[in-house]
Structure formats: structure tokens, C-alpha cells
Design a binder for this molecule. Structure first.
Ligand SMILES: [Zn+2]
Length: 439
């Protein structure tokens, strides 16, 4: 009897153990399936990342994070140093272009910022994902990406690229500061042997086929001496232009130009002093046609600030007009030791189109009127629109010492075109770099 009871108990215990096991196992299986389902769902959710495709509209931080990784991966695949060199260096070592390449390099350095890669760490994931199971799975998914697997090498690749950019930047800055060469039709003309070698070293280092030549006589600096004094021709100095935009240089640009002249030791002189220009190392003449009000309000303060001499050519019949200087403004400028006043006729007509009487009326009357207003002799005239012929010159000679044309060029003090002085226009669109190369 006792045995029977024991046996029965044993059976019951075993049965309950077995069923318990079975129930537990069943529970375990269910739990596992549940987990697998979550993982599968999670994977499906981040399938874009596994397939290395940017998610168009990321909805949570993990998606944003994975998108970043894909973007950085794409960037790294784009790195191509040889292409960068070839595209930017071969024909762009002219001084103004170097500035542009330097800008491209700066943009490139920002784009491949190495610190971006340090933000893509595994540590960040638990902070931005929600549930426990998500975290493990997400980290596993994160690690599965080739870019993350090779993060160290990818970082090195980027570092190498940035280092090369940095070296190039230094080399280009050195070239940029060297004013002893210039580029013309694929040839780099150098003023000295040192610059020739500098450019040749550069072209070897960056594997370029540059045509570098030493040719002193053709460099701009030498040419300048031969060609004489530059006479710059301005009209307005105004940001919000009216009429022909190209005739209105922006105020800040004008200031940069004047500052450049001062810093580079040019000596601005009056037109009346042109015969004595050779006394100076780097003489230059600054002229303004038409007598616009903005020359008084915008240019004159800058001329005073930098102590620069300038010449203004006034249309005597248009003084006090809307956009023109009024009498007192003109008188104020005329009394300044920095300003020389000249005539630009009475009504700004193209002189070569007029009869001789009309020409005489324009040149003579404007002289009288301007002398009256300024109290000073008016010995120089600028032909309106640059229009003149032999009749104009003959009549002008009776009243004036010099006349300015708009023919492009410089004036040699020993051999002046006294009644048709050449000038160089400065336009609104003239950049500072272009300005430096004008004369
Ligand atoms: Zn004019």
C-alpha cells in the first residue's frame, strides 16, 4: 500500500514536471518567436540602412543617425585626390583664380570634417533608441554596415585627403603672394628665376604640365613703365545705381581700390601735373566725369580719408540738377587741395557732331562758368562721350592746356597726346583683382 502511494506520487510529480517543462518550453518558444518577430520588424524598419540607401523622410533619431552614416560613406567614396588636382590646378594658377581654388579647398575641408565621423559611435545608439530589445538589435544592425566595420580605415582615408588639401593650401597661398608672375594663354611668365623654379617645383609636386617661362620684358610691371601714367576714368560712386549700372562703382569697392593705391605706393597727381609725372615712382591720375552728387557724398570722403588727389570734370549747365552736385558742394570740393576741377562742356553734347560755333560755345562758356563758380583757372576739359575730331582739338587748344579722351591707354609724359589723353575705365563690375591688373 505504502509502495503504491509512493509510486502514484512519483507519477504525479513526474507528470507535473513533464507538463511544467512542456509549458515552460512552449512559453520559451513563444517568447523567442516574439523576439524574432520584433527583430525582423526592426530589421525591416531599418532595411534602408542595410541596403545603404538614404531614407527620404526619417521619422526617428535612429533613422537620422543611420542616414548620417550613409551620407558620410557616400562622401568618402567620392574622395578623389587626382581629380581634385587636375580639375583645379592645371590652368588656374593665375592669381585671381588661386583665390577661387582656396575657397574650394575651404569648402572641401568643411565637407570632410573628421569630427563628423566621431559623432557616429555605437555609444550614441542606446541614448536615442527606446526599448531594450531594440537597442541590441539596432546596435547589431549599426555594426553590420561596411562603413562602420571599416571606420578606422575610412577615417584614415579622410585624414590623408585633408592633409593633402592643407599642404596644397599652403603651396597655393605662397604662389598667390608671389606677384612676380602672371599667366597668359597657358604660359606662366615669370619675372625672376626664383619664381620660375617655384612654379616648376609646384608643377612637379602636383604632376602638372605647366609651361613656365622667364620673360622680363613682357611682365606687366615692366610694360607699365614703358606705357606711362595710367589715368583712371570714373563716373559715379554709388551702391544703388540709376542709369547705366556699369558707370557706378560701389562705395566699398571704390574704397578698396583707393586703399590699394595707397598701400602700393602709388602717387595720385592732378592732370595738370602730368608732364612732371616722371618725378614719381608710381604716378597715377584719378578722374571723375559728369560731376555727380555721389562723387561729393561718397567718393570725396574716401579721397580725404586716404589723402588722394583727384580730378573732377563738370558739366557747367547741369550743376544743381537732381543727380548732380550743387554750387556749394562744387565750391567746397574746388577749394580742397586734393581736388582739381575741369570742364565737361555746358550740355554734354558729343562735340564732333556739332558745328564749330557750337563747339566753341560749349568749351568756352563752360570754362567761364566754372571759373566763376570755383574762382580758379579751368585749364583742362574732358570730351563728353569721348567725342572729338580735328576741329574740336583746334578750338579746344585756344582755351585749354589739356583735353581728355576715352581712348584706352596710358600716357607717356615725354610724348603726351595732349588734346586726347588716353584713359582707363573703372567699371562697377571691375573686381579688385581686375583693378590691380588694369595698370
Ligand atoms: Zn560724361
Amino acid at each position: 500500500m505504502k509502495n503504491k502511494i509512493l509510486l502514484l506520487s512519483a507519477i504525479i510529480v513526474s507528470l507535473s514536471l513533464i507538463s511544467g517543462c512542456f509549458i515552460y518550453k512552449n512559453y520559451q518558444n513563444k517568447q523567442k518567436k516574439k523576439e524574432e518577430k520584433i527583430i525582423a520588424n526592426t530589421k525591416r524598419e531599418f532595411n534602408f540602412y542595410i541596403k545603404n540607401e538614404i531614407k527620404e523622410k526619417p521619422t526617428n533619431e535612429v533613422e537620422y543617425f543611420f542616414n548620417e552614416i550613409i551620407k558620410e560613406n557616400q562622401k568618402n567614396q567620392e574622395i578623389n585626390w587626382e581629380n581634385f588636382e587636375q580639375n583645379n590646378l592645371q590652368k588656374n594658377l593665375n592669381n585671381p583664380q588661386i583665390e577661387e581654388i582656396l575657397n574650394i579647398i575651404t569648402a572641401e575641408q568643411e565637407k570632410y570634417n573628421i569630427e563628423l565621423l566621431d559623432t557616429l559611435t555605437e555609444k550614441k545608439l542606446p541614448k536615442i533608441s527606446n526599448t531594450q530589445i531594440d537597442q541590441k538589435t539596432i546596435i547589431a544592425i549599426y555594426k553590420s554596415h561596411d562603413f562602420i566595420k571599416n571606420l578606422k580605415q575610412e577615417k584614415t582615408k579622410r585624414e590623408e585627403y585633408l592633409n593633402k588639401l592643407n599642404t596644397l593650401k599652403e603651396d597655393l597661398t605662397t604662389l598667390k603672394n608671389n606677384k612676380n608672375y602672371y599667366a597668359k594663354e597657358d604660359v606662366y611668365w615669370c619675372e625672376d628665376q626664383e619664381t620660375v623654379e617655384q612654379l616648376q617645383n609646384f608643377s612637379t609636386k602636383y604632376n602638372l604640365a605647366l609651361n613656365v617661362q622667364l620673360k622680363k620684358a613682357e611682365t606687366p610691371k615692366e610694360a607699365k613703365k614703358e606705357n606711362g601714367v595710367p589715368i583712371l576714368c570714373y563716373h559715379g560712386v554709388l551702391d544703388d545705381y540709376w542709369g547705366d549700372a556699369s558707370l557706378f562703382v560701389k562705395v566699398a569697392e571704390f574704397e578698396k581700390q583707393m586703399q590699394y593705391l595707397v598701400e602700393n605706393d602709388y602717387t595720385p597727381i592732378f592732370t595738370s601735373d602730368i608732364k612732371k609725372a616722371n618725378k614719381y615712382q608710381k604716378p597715377i591720375i584719378i578722374t571723375f566725369d559728369d560731376g555727380y552728387k555721389d562723387v561729393y557724398t561718397n567718393a570725396y570722403p574716401i579721397l580725404k580719408k586716404y589723402n588722394i588727389k583727384a580730378n573732377i570734370y563738370i558739366i557747367s549747365g547741369w550743376i544743381n540738377g537732381d543727380v548732380y552736385m550743387n554750387t556749394s558742394e562744387l565750391q567746397e570740393m574746388a577749394s580742397s587741395p586734393l581736388i582739381e576741377v575741369g570742364s565737361h562742356t555746358v550740355t554734354h553734347k558729343a562735340l564732333a557732331t556739332l558745328t564749330e560755333d557750337q563747339i566753341e560755345e560749349e568749351v568756352k562758356t563752360s570754362q567761364q562758368q566754372l571759373q566763376e563758380i570755383t574762382g580758379k583757372p579751368i585749364d583742362i576739359i574732358a570730351y563728353p562721350t569721348g567725342s572729338f575730331d580735328n576741329r574740336v582739338i583746334a578750338i579746344t587748344k585756344k582755351y585749354y592746356q589739356y583735353a581728355l579722351s576715352t581712348i584706352k591707354g596710358r600716357e607717356n609724359p615725354a610724348n603726351l597726346n595732349q588734346y586726347s589723353l588716353r584713359r582707363i575705365y573703372v567699371y562697377r563690375q571691375t573686381s579688385l583683382e581686375a583693378f590691380k591688373n588694369l595698370f
